[in-house]
Structures are given as structure tokens and as C-alpha cells.
Design a protein around this ligand. Structure first.
Ligand code: SAM
Length: 304
């Protein structure tokens, strides 16, 4: 079978990761994703998992396979970023556009070291996620804060009112989201990470290159996906060549900027190349240690 895409990208991404749990070779074990789906969906996937190794039979299947590996590889990569940061002493994690991210429950480093996790997403997603977690656990865990906030409309500085500590070095993971925003909104988010978080904070994000966001003959199924995203109201807007991204982050004052292309991640985790080249990449960067950052936190007022 191929997957029936849900009508939202966060459920779609989570469904791909859920489908991964029932594949022969699992490189990203996640026992919590099922919380966010009805039991019939989980049972159906378990009984008849999609075969992502089979040659795709339609544009929908072509792109689903690409999206599947994209979701798995970037998540593996940023799991490592989280693990490394927590082991290095970071005690605050900011997940932007977190969707149905399960790291709070899944990663032993977070549970074992009292890490405060702030998850930001749209109002509807946060409400659904909170309801699903409460249905399982009775209430939200004390160190997990879910914040409904539209990254395109409201300043991230409002997170401080929700308990984000601007003096605590923070890892900000911005996974699977940048391409849904305008360049201006992406820039605002980067500026908050650069100047609004504690000195020495870290950023991990993935970004699309031009091949992923506009119709072309190189990426199979891309036209299907662009049409699908427009239909569900989550079109792609933002993409940038990796070199340009690196220069942009440097101009914004980030340090130790590292760009890793998807091919390197495929090789690192799969030991083979299996999806078309040059569609996306991941970036990690740091804010400089010990420069004046407080002005950016203090000035913005909540704009309702
Ligand atoms: C493709 S999903 C990725 C979810 C998760 N980070 C992951 O990698 O599995 C994109 C997420 O970004 C969120 N998102 C998109 N635009 C947003 C905005 N303007 N403000 C807040 N969240 C947004 C969506 O609601 C969705 O949860």
C-alpha cells in the first residue's frame, strides 16, 4: 500500500515516521507517535505497512518516498544535536513548528537530565497535541510547555511570558518548517535565536533548496506535492541555496555554521543514496558567547 496523506503536514510527517516503525530496518525507533493517531490507523499500518523500497507507481508515491526519507533522516540528525547539547550541559530546548515531535518522551537524555522543553506550533496543532497527551497521561508533564504561536505573526519573545529562560543556553530545533514561511518571517525567527536567547545558544534547522519548492523535471512527484500543499493551505514559500544560507547566517552574526547536504545524511545513516540529490540540507550554528543579547528580548511587546 501507499499512505493516504492526511490534510496537514504535521500529521503527514508524523504518519511517515509512524510507518517507519513497521519497516524491516528501523533507524529511528519511536514508541510514542501512536499516541497521536487513532488506533485503527496504527493497526492498519502495522498490518500492511507501505513499502518504500518498491519502485513508485505514481507521482504521489514518488514524492511520498522522498518525504519519508527526508522526515527520517533529518530527525535522526537533530536527535544527535539534542543529545550532544544536553550532554554538554544545555537544559533548555526550543522546538519551533514542533508538530507531533516526541523527543520530550523519546530521548533518554531529556528525561534523565531535567531539560525544559518548549514546543511552538499553530493553535490547532497545539490544542490537538495537548489533548492527545492528556488523554494518555492525564496532564502535561511539568517540564513540557506547549505554546500556540504563529511564527509569521507573533514575536518569539512572547515565549518569555510562558517561562522560557533567556539566560539559559538553549538549543533551538527548527525542523521541517522554514519553507512554509516568508523570507521575512524566517529572518525574524533567526534574529530571535541570534539575539533573544542566551549567549552560546545553538540552532539546528533544515532548509529547502530551489529544487524542492518549485516545479521542475528533476524531482519526481514535485508538481504533485506543490499542488497538494497548495490544496491543504500549507504552500512552500522559502528556499535558499546552501551557500547563500551560510553567508546569510554569518551576516546575522551566527558562528560555527555547518551545512550538511542530504546526501551526507543518507550516507551516514543508510550507507546508500536513495533519493534525488540537492533537495534539502541541514544547518547547525551557534550564537556568539557572551555578547549583548538582552536588548532584543526586552523590547518587543506582545502584539495580539
Ligand atoms: C512538516 S511539519 C514538521 C513538524 C515537525 N517539526 C517534524 O519535523 O516532524 C511543519 C510544522 O510547522 C508548523 N508551522 C507551519 N507554519 C507555522 C507558523 N507560521 N507558525 C507556527 N507553526 C507553523 C506546522 O503546523 C507543522 O506542525
Amino acid at each position: 500500500m501507499s499512505l493516504q496523506w492526511p490534510e496537514s503536514t504535521n500529521k503527514g510527517t508524523a504518519l511517515l515516521k509512524l510507518a517507519h516503525q513497521f519497516q524491516e530496518r528501523v533507524i529511528l525507533r519511536d514508541d510514542f507517535l501512536g499516541w497521536f493517531f487513532d488506533a485503527e490507523i496504527v493497526d492498519a499500518l502495522r498490518a500492511d505497512p507501505p513499502d518504500f523500497e518498491r519502485p513508485p507507481r505514481s507521482p504521489a508515491e514518488e514524492f511520498q518516498r522522498i518525504a519519508y526519507w527526508y522526515a527520517i533522516l533529518r530527525e535522526r540528525c537533530f536527535d544527535e544535536a539534542v543529545t550532544v547539547a544536553v550532554r554538554a550541559g544545555f537544559r533548555q530546548l526550543l522546538l519551533l513548528g514542533s508538530g507531533y515531535d516526541t523527543r520530550f518522551f523519546r530521548l533518554p537524555e531529556i528525561a534523565g537530565r531535567s531539560v525544559a522543553v518548549f514546543e511552538v506550533d499553530t493553535e490547532a496543532t497545539i490544542a490537538d497535541k495537548q489533548a492527545r497527551i492528556e488523554a494518555r497521561l492525564g496532564r502535561l508533564p511539568a517540564r513540557l510547555t506547549l505554546v500556540p504561536l504563529d511564527l509569521a505573526r507573533k514575536p518569539l519573545a512572547t515565549l518569555i511570558d510562558r517561562g522560557l529562560d533567556p539566560s539559559s543556553p538553549t538549543l533551538c530545533v527548527w525542523q521541517g518548517v522554514s519553507y512554509y514561511l516568508s523570507r521575512e518571517s524566517v529572518s525574524n525567527v533567526l534574529d530571535f535565536v541570534r539575539t533573544g536567547l542566551a549567549a552560546g545558544s545553538r540552532l539546528a534547522l533544515d532548509a529547502a533548496g530551489p529544487l524542492l519548492i518549485s516545479p521542475n523535471e528533476t524531482i519526481p512527484g514535485i508538481a504533485f506535492n506543490i499542488e497538494r500543499l497548495a490544496r491543504i493551505g500549507e504552500p512552500y514559500h522559502f528556499g535558499m541555496e546552501p551557500k547563500e544560507m551560510k553567508a546569510w547566517l554569518a551576516r546575522k552574526g551566527f558562528r560555527r555554521i555547518r551545512v550538511v547536504g542530504q546526501e551526507r545524511l543518507e550516507w551516514r545513516y543508510l550507507k546508500r543514496h536513495t533519493i534525488p540529490r540537492d533537495m534539502w540540507y541541514v544547518v547547525t550554528a551557534r550564537t556568539p558567547a557572551g555578547d549583548g543579547r538582552l536588548h532584543a528580548i526586552m523590547s518587543p511587546r506582545i502584539r495580539e
